[in-house]
Design a protein around this ligand. Structure first.
Ligand SMILES: N=c1c2ncn([C@@H]3O[C@H](COP(=O)(O)OP(=O)(O)OP(=O)(O)O)[C@@H](O)[C@H]3O)c2ncn1[C@@H]1O[C@H](COP(=O)(O)O)[C@@H](O)[C@H]1O
Length: 98
């Protein structure tokens, strides 16, 4: 794996936290934080992306599987930020299971 993917999740979470703090316009992430549906907007997205992930898996479409996995991880990180959680909470939970 190349070095530029090493901290991609930390970097993405930092961008999400920045969007949450500053709410710039023309930002999809901002639109999730300010959506009239509240957290339901991101929850619905997670549901849709999970369905798409399942279909990609059933089709054995590895490229689509990677695409939908990335969509899910992004929306999951937005949800964690909405709940004032940190990506380290996810890491800690996974580490405890080792
Ligand atoms: N990783 C993501 C990311 N993943 C998914 N999405 C958005 O999530 C939405 C997914 O909804 P849809 O499934 O309806 O969109 P779609 O393109 O039809 O997707 P598929 O049906 O193909 O799965 C799209 O609008 C995507 O642009 C993302 N939007 C932003 N990011 C990251 O967040 C950063 C900040 O983005 P902004 O907040 O927009 O500046 C970006 O630089 C990226 O690094």
């Amino acid at each position: 794996m190349s070095d530029d993917t090493g901290d991609v999740i930390d970097d993405l979470f930092a961008v999400i936290e920045d969007r949450k703090a500053n709410l710039p316009t023309d930002s999809y992430t901002t639109s999730l934080f300010t959506h009239e549906k509240g957290e339901n907007a991101v929850l619905e997205k997670l549901g849709e992306e999970t369905t798409e992930l399942i279909l990609a898996a059933k089709d054995d479409d590895r490229e689509e599987l990677a695409h939908e996995s990335a969509d899910i991880v992004y929306h999951l990180l937005v949800l964690l930020a909405m709940k004032d959680m940190d990506v380290d909470d996810l890491r800690a939970e996974l580490a405890e299971r080792r």
